[in-house]
Write a new protein. Structure first.
Length: 228
């Protein structure tokens, strides 16, 4: 269900449930959480999937029948995607196929997204009597604003690769998104790990005071050799 490896300081996590379009169940989420922890010491990590048809179809709806309110209040997927978003590691989603529902929410939790030209993404949960609750409503609004987010979530519009680029949701388009993500990851891995970590923290929660404090720490390390 989940495989991961490391090469030249770059970690790669593979979603590997192709018979279900990489839709996740509780076991797969637990394995994904383990993989995130296992690769957390890398400055950059690629998240992709096996095969070419899908990136991830979100939660496996065959497991929904006995869901209770308590399951939503401790929503496993939201917690794992938040962990990924807050980790010091820079995460690149390499999307060879469609990202639907929770699969798109997983991609949104990553820092960077590289997609195949035929990729599309959608958040169709309202049509199932649910909402995108693993960060979809919150993150999509923060990226594209409420008007576009409403068109996607309420209006059911899908996002094609070029449209996602125009909106800033996708960062690069490539016929081989995994290879492109690896090249980008290799460039990122050459950068200072602490500078990457501090920059990511501030970009996710912008604050002028944090900028000054982070730069002070980096000054001491870079110019005075102090380990802070």
């Amino acid at each position: 269900m989940i495989r991961y490896n490391s090469f030249d300081g770059i970690a790669t996590i593979f979603l590997d449930r192709p018979q279900k379009a990489h839709a996740y169940n509780s076991q797969m989420l637990a394995l994904l959480e383990k993989a995130i922890h296992e690769t957390a010491d890398h400055s950059v990590c690629i998240i992709t999937s096996t095969g070419d048809r899908h990136f991830c179809a979100g939660a496996d709806t065959s497991t929904f029948e006995n869901r209770k309110a308590e399951d939503a209040l401790r929503l496993h997927s939201q917690r794992i995607f938040a962990l990924l978003s807050k980790n010091a590691t820079v995460y690149i989603a390499a999307m060879k196929g469609a990202a639907i529902a929770g699969g798109f929410e997983l991609a949104l939790a990553c820092d960077l997204r590289v997609v195949h030209p035929r990729v599309y993404a959608s958040l169709p949960e309202v049509g199932l009597g649910l909402i995108p609750a693993a960060g979809g409503c919150t993150r999509l609004v923060s990226f594209v604003g409420p008007s576009i987010a409403k068109a996607v979530i309420l209006g059911g519009e899908s996002i094609a690769a070029e449209q996602g680029m125009n909106w800033g949701l996708f960062h690069r388009i490539s016929e081989d998104p995994v290879a492109e993500a690896k090249k980008w990851a290799a460039d990122i891995a050459k950068k200072n790990p602490l500078a990457l970590q501090l920059a990511k923290q501030i970009l996710d929660a912008p604050c002028l005071e944090k900028e000054r404090l982070a730069e002070a720490i980096l000054y001491e390390r870079k110019f005075h050799g102090k380990k802070i």
